[in-house]
Structures are given as C-alpha cells and as structure tokens.
Design a binder for this molecule. Sequence first.
Ligand SMILES: [Fe+2]
Length: 296
Amino acid sequence: MRLRSIELALPDPAAAAAFMTGIWGMAEAGEQGGTRYLRGSGPFPYLVALEPSESEFVRTTTFVCDAADLAALSARVSEAGWTAAPVTSSDPGGGHGLLVELPEGVLLRFLVDAAEVAPIAGKDLPVKLTHVVFNAADAEGCGDAVEQVLGFRVSDRTKGMVFVRCNDSHHSTAFARAGFTSLNHVAFEMEDIDAVMRGIGRLRDHAQVPAWGPGRHGPGANVYAYYIAPFGPVIEFSTAVEKVAEDYRVGAPDDWTWPEGRIDQWGMSDKDFEGLRRAEERFRFRRDWEPAPLGA
Ligand SMILES: [Fe+2]
C-alpha cells in the first residue's frame, strides 16, 4: 500500500498551481476539465490535483495497492458497514478501486491498475507525498478504525497525534487530537536534507518563512519545514522518515516527551501555533457520491 496523491478543490487552482510549480518546486502534469495536476520526480503521474470549486475542500486522498490488497480491503469495508462505493479514476494514471468514508468523514480512495510514469531526473522536485495528516475529533477512534478495517498499523501515539503506517514508512497518515475533522497538513518527501534546505531557500527568495522548522521530529525522526500555503493548507518539506519493522514497538505519549522549551530534536525554530491552527481548519471533507455495494 502506498500513499499517492491528494485531490483538492478550491476557488483558484491556477494561483495555487503557480505557487506549487513556481515556488514550492513541483512540475506540471497536465490539465483536465479545469483541474490542474502537479507531479514530483517519482513515478506517480501526479501528487496534487487542484480542482476548481466555489469553496475549498478535500475531495480524496489516494492510495495505490495491488488487486489482492484491494479485494481484502473491500471485504473488510463491506463487513464493517462503512460508507463506500466502487470508483473508476479519470485522473492521470486511471485505475479503479473504491472510495471509503472514514467514521469522521475523511475520504480515502484506493486504486489498482493506476499507471505510473517515467521519473524525472536532475530537477529539484519533491519525490512524492510522504504523509497526509488529518485532524480528528477522536484520533484514537480513527487510529483503531483504520487498523481494524483498512489494515493500517498505529506506529506511535503522542500527546498530539496518532501516527499510522500502511507500509514500512513510519507514517503515511496520522490523526491529530484536534477536536474536529479537517486536513491537518500535506507533507512532500524531498530527496535529502539538502533538498529540504534548498526548498527553504527557494521560499525565502519569495519572502516566505516556515511556520515551523527546520527541525527533526521525534516519532518518525523526519526532518521538516512547515509552511502555510498562500491558497490555504499547511504543507511540509520532509525527508528521512524512519523505516520501521513489522515488530516496531508502538510508542505511547509518555515515550515522546521533550525537555522544557523543546518540541523537536534540534530546538532551533519557533512554531507559529496560531497561524498553523487556523490553516489546519480550512480544508474539510465533502462527500458528493452515494454509497454503493462493493463488487466481489
Ligand atoms: Fe508532517
């Protein structure tokens, strides 16, 4: 199972695409019916879709898997009685699979037979998405639900989050203990720490400073720099997320405490708590499809 892409709807996709290509550092991956697609250097045809809409919301977060995984997933989702429907993707790469609504309304899409493309070498692009984090009213409940029904695994619990993996990367998603449901942030995997630093420099050229970072997290041990995108959401340059084994010991909040005045391993950056919190509330979820039985 791999995290592939996020599909956002918002009033001005052109402005968002201009920022994400011209400043953040992504490449154009085509346009279809007004929806702009942006890619990284890796084999996924796109990482971010920007669809025109009067209001801003998250349409889906997309994972790709194989047919056996999808069949098992469909069976468990049906058995759990979750809101779901079969889907055929018209986004670049195509593919088919299922749409799933998590108990709090987060919308995930799982695809098989989605085509990949030739990687791009020699350009300073993000490689892929490394995680998409959601705010939750009941983060523990969400973590339990995706473990039981989607077959994901909780990697760590902190005072703020429940970190969840769907492969050997420490987390591909997480649920923040926010008290409401929304998109928390989208993290882009950079080639290495230098690529993260060059990204920070690129944004500095455009008078943009990190809302938090650079720093190195506790759980997952990834390097990060968070920004509030001009079109709304919190986005992150990230690299070096820890790979974990099957028997990884699930950490508890007491395992992840910091000395007074610290909230990361390096302790070199302030955090704009208020600005981040406001941005993390903006993108909610909107289901505009009806549940339907999942085929065998
Ligand atoms: Fe993150």
